[in-house]
Design a protein around this ligand. Sequence first.
Ligand code: C5P
Length: 241
Amino acid sequence: MKRAKDYLIFPLDVPTYKEAIRYVELLGKHVGLFKVGLELFVSVGPKILKGIRERSGAGIFLDLKFHDIPATVKNAFLAASAHGVAFTTVHCDEGKGLLRSVVENNPSGTKILAVTVLTSLESKNLKELGYLDRYVKNITELVMLRARMAKEAGCSGVVCSGLEVERVKAELGKDFIVVTPGIRPAWSLAGKDDQKRIITPYQAIKGGADYLVVGRPIRAAEKPIEAAERVLDEIEMAISE
Ligand code: C5P
C-alpha cells in the first residue's frame, strides 16, 4: 500500500553537494524520491546520486529534461539510466519518434516520463512561441496531445500541471504515471513565483496524481520539516477519504 510519503518528491534545487546533502539528511524520512535537476547535476555531477543513496532509502528522479536531436537524447538517456535511477525526463517537443527510440533502448528499466508543457508557461508565452490559437487558448489541449503521444510511444507517464491530471488519468488510464509540479499548499508563502498553473497537494491527489513535486513550499518555509509534514498530512487526508 502506497504511503503518503511515497507520493512526495522533493527537488534538490540547490547548487552544491553540501546543501543537497543537508536536505537529504533533513527530509530523507519524509519523501519518496529526491529529484536531482539540471542545476545540481551540472554543478556536482553523478557523485550526488551516490551521496543520496548512502544517506536515504528514497528513490532518485534524475530530471534532466532532455531535448535535442534523437541520437543525442538517446545516448544521454542511456548514460542517465546507467546510474540506476528510478525516473528520468524527456521533453515531448521532438515528437513521437524520439520518445519511441528512447523507450526502445532502455536496458536499465529507468522509467521515462515525458515533459508535456512546463507549468511555468502560460497562454501568452505559447502565443509568443508561435503555437496555434487553439493551444494558446487552451493549454490543456496541448498537454493532452503530448500525453497521448507519450503513451503511444511507450513512456511510463508524463509530467504535467495538477490542472490536467484528472483528464490525463481519465483518458490514458490509471497506470499511466502522472507527476505534478506546480504544487502550492494554501498556507504556502511561495505562491507568487514562476509557477503559474498551480494547485494544492490535496487537489492534486484527488485528481489522481501519482507523485507531487513540492520544492519551494518546503524549502522556503521557516521550518522545512514541519512544512513537509503539513504536505504529508494533506496527502494523507486526500488518500484516506
Ligand atoms: O515547488 P517548486 O516550484 O519549487 O518546484 C520546482 C521544481 O519543479 C523544479 O525542480 C522544476 O524542475 C520542477 N518542475 C518540473 N516540471 C515542470 C515545472 C517544474 O519538473 N513542468
